[in-house]
Design a protein. Structure first.
Length: 248
């Protein structure tokens, strides 16, 4: 399987983060790891193996990225607004560094699918809603979609609001909402088994977020797996292999 990689600087910091590409051709899949994870997690936890036929057939090429969670959302010593501001730097890295590298690798622009597991599912959804021009489809596995619930403290300002899809989706309106309705599709997937309710709150968060999307008429689907489906890689492998084929 073809593999290439790059270390790209995070704007406004001295940090460089890793991007790894697998595959030779096909629709780009921007893959986010679980909380605090790295670009190589996608391969080491069997996600690539789960979708290998699609990669080998040239239907999809995977671009897996490092997280910056330790600097942003997972740094509970910082107030939520500062964590959200730092998340903005990660978002800038994705738009200003990662997406151009993806386009360079592909020889031109192409609509991106985002996907992520656990906190990575939040990143996938947030990037799609914020930059549907670049990435109109999200496949979100076992995510939670309200960052203020992640040990939130301090005053919440604009940075938090615009990084919180559970806050801004209810206020979408007008031409922008019409455009999102015409452009976006969000596939939410969550199990009902171990760790999907406690401590992650993934199941209630996915149900609530699906309700918010439905109220705004934003195309989406909520696929709830059974009571044996856990918040863990073996289930995420099956879920991605189940849902990805219809988008590539």
């Amino acid at each position: 399987m073809h593999r290439s990689e790059a270390w790209l600087r995070v704007p406004g910091t001295d940090e460089h983060r890793h991007v790894v590409r697998w595959g030779h051709y096909g629709r780009p899949l921007l893959a986010f790891p679980s909380e605090g994870g790295s670009a190589v997690d996608y391969g080491s936890n069997g996600m690539l193996e789960a979708i290998a036929p699609l990669v080998d057939q040239g239907r999809v090429t995977v671009f897996a990225v490092d997280s910056l969670d330790h600097y942003a959302w997972s740094n509970n010593s910082l107030p939520t607004e500062e964590r959200a501001r730092r998340h903005g730097q990660y978002h800038a890295w994705l738009t200003d560094e990662v997406v151009p590298w993806i386009h360079h690798e592909l020889g031109g622009p192409a609509d991106i699918i985002t996907s992520g597991v656990s906190m990575g599912a939040y990143h996938a959804v947030q990037f799609t809603l914020a930059r549907a021009d670049l990435a109109p489809v999200a496949i979100a596995l076992s995510g939670a979609y309200d960052p203020t619930q992640w040990h939130g403290w301090g005053d919440f300002g604009d940075a938090t609001y615009f990084a919180n899809p559970s806050a801004y989706v209810p206020n979408l309106h007008g031409d922008h909402l019409d455009w999102l309705r015409s452009r976006v599709y969000i596939q939410l997937v969550v199990g009902q088994g171990p760790f999907e309710v406690h401590p992650t709150k993934s199941l209630p968060s996915a149900q609530h977020f699906a309700h918010l999307l439905a109220e705004k008429g934003i195309p989406h689907d909520l696929d709830m797996w059974g009571f044996d489906s856990a918040h863990d890689w073996p289930w995420w492998r099956r879920q991605l292999a189940h849902h990805l084929p219809r988008f590539v």
